[in-house]
Design a protein around this ligand. Sequence first.
Ligand code: GTP
Ligand code: MG
Length: 332
Amino acid sequence: MKFIDEVRILVASGKGGSGCVSFRRGAFMPRGGPDGGDGGHGGAIIITATTRRNTLVDYRWNSTWRAGNGQPGKGQNKKGSQGEDITLLVPIGTAVVDEETDETLADLDVDGATWRVDGGSGGLGNQNFATASRRTPEFATEGQPATERQIRLELRLLAQIGLLGFPNAGKSTLLSRLTAARPRIADYPFTTLVPQLGVVDCGDGNSFTIADLPGLIEGAADGVGLGIRFLKHLERCSAVLHLVAADAEEGVTRRWRTLRRELAAYDADLAARPEVLALSRCDLVDAATLIKARRSLARASGATVLTISSATGLGLDDLRRALVAHVFPAES
Ligand SMILES: Nc1nc2c(ncn2[C@@H]2O[C@H](COP(=O)(O)OP(=O)(O)OP(=O)(O)O)[C@@H](O)[C@H]2O)c(=O)[nH]1
Ligand SMILES: [Mg+2]
């Protein structure tokens, strides 16, 4: 199934049915009192977050959703029936954004969270307007109009840790070592085309989620490579795990700087997020090169630099501990 994380749709609630003008009739009642019923309310559009959906693929081809209109009221005080509601199920983590103003209308970040567009209320039948001095009101009110909204649904994955790095840094390989996820791994760039999630089991009843994202390259912020469109999935992460291949040809510090620049160009807030920094593929360089690389990167970043190898398992326990410290700060 394709990973669809953004769709544009038009949603329209139903309009209210109009109120009815009617008078009681019978053999001995040529013109009885008013008995026009109210119109039914228009149906609502309800967008609900659920664990039963993982992507927005349901909305890819069907871009217009209209709830039913309320029916007009009838004689004998009969209320018109309500318009049918439409419920759209979306994955947890979906934001509803106004397409015209770009305003976030709702962030459906827990199971069952909803956003709705109510239908128009039904009009009032003439039975409502009878008074002592006006026994035969000849009027009723119209139903309220429907509401149409052009919206964008944007899915932002709920992962505590986001994986960041150049292509081939070993992000997917690491995900497969830390979690039960089985992402595609290969020695060519852009193996990962869409985000992948994996759950790290901490063994003590706790767990957290890591998002593996497509690799970034220089110019990503301007659309080079797979671009930055997947970076929105980092927005909810508590920390970014930045992998720099220890065997990077142009030097690890340069690589790290390039990626940081792209991140900052995309979003300053995201660039300010805590970063866990690790040299990956450490089994591919000799000890002296590794020490040098680590020292130079630590100096440039001012951070602790972990060293790992998904091939040999080097440093993976320390890395797991460092991630736990970010995800569960109070407990460590
Ligand atoms: N020797 C060694 N090879 C590794 C290690 N980690 C990853 N690799 C290899 O590096 C290559 C790229 O690994 P991936 O995990 O696909 O890299 P990625 O960062 O996910 O790459 P993209 O999806 O293209 O962004 C594969 O051939 C892996 O087998 C490691 O620790 N040691
Ligand atoms: Mg990958």
